[in-house]
Design a protein. Structure first.
Length: 226
């Protein structure tokens, strides 16, 4: 009896290709201005060009890749202004999400956030940079989810991949992991206060400060994008 294998849906392959491209950006395999060749990706992945084309078009729509007629598709060359704009929008949306979360969340949900930050502090103490960043994203993502605002979560989700790329571009600076984690402990403690307006203000200020720092460092390391 032949083995029964369900066909793999095109969108699954598309997501696989998207994740591979994003991972290449994060790890340095791809850099701003590099060309993304549809046929080469399809060959390496051992799949048809259709899902690759869909993935590339989707990332163009997310403003991660840019398509130039008669030339091809390239990784976007961001500018300092791009980063400032993205983080300013993130600051507005995420601070509002944090405010909503504080107004609605349960004690058990607050305990979830506390556990994330406690682990983040332990990893910072141990000098485990990758784990600190992983818990940073987990904290912010969970705080957003707890807003229970579907449209707001979707809008922030569109920014999330660009933000993860920008964070990993900042490879020249050795971060103070303990200070980095302590900043997130401040966010958590502000949420525990229950003052939703203060939470909104503190989250907004934190995100804007991070955005300004990353934008400055990115411009210094990518002067050709000015």
């Amino acid at each position: 009896m032949p083995v029964k294998i369900d066909p793999i849906e095109s969108n699954v392959l598309r997501d696989y290709v998207e994740d591979a491209i994003i991972n290449s950006l994060i790890t340095g395999g791809l850099n701003p201005g590099d060309q993304v060749v549809e046929a080469e990706i399809a060959r390496q992945a051992g799949i048809s060009r259709g899902p690759v084309r869909e993935a590339i078009q989707h990332l163009v729509g997310e403003d991660i890749l840019v398509s130039i007629p008669q030339r091809g598709t390239f990784v976007k060359q961001w500018t300092e202004q791009d980063l400032l704009e993205i983080y300013s929008i993130r600051a507005i949306l995420e601070s509002f999400a944090a405010r909503l979360a504080v107004e609605r969340m349960t004690d058990d949900e607050m305990s979830e956030l506390t556990t994330i930050i406690d682990e983040m502090l332990q990893f910072a103490e141990a000098g485990k940079e990758a784990d600190v960043y992983e818990h940073d994203l987990a904290f912010h993502n969970r705080a957003i989810e707890l807003s229970n605002h579907r449209l707001l979560c979707n809008m922030l989700g569109r920014l999330r991949r660009q933000i993860s790329i920008f964070i990993h571009f900042d490879t020249e600076t050795t971060p103070d992991l303990k200070q980095y984690a302590s900043n997130h402990l401040l966010l958590l403690n502000t949420m525990k206060s229950g003052d939703s307006r203060k939470v909104e203000r503190v989250f907004r200020e934190h995100i804007l400060e991070v955005g300004e720092m990353l934008a400055k460092r990115y411009q210094e390391s990518h002067p050709q994008t000015s």
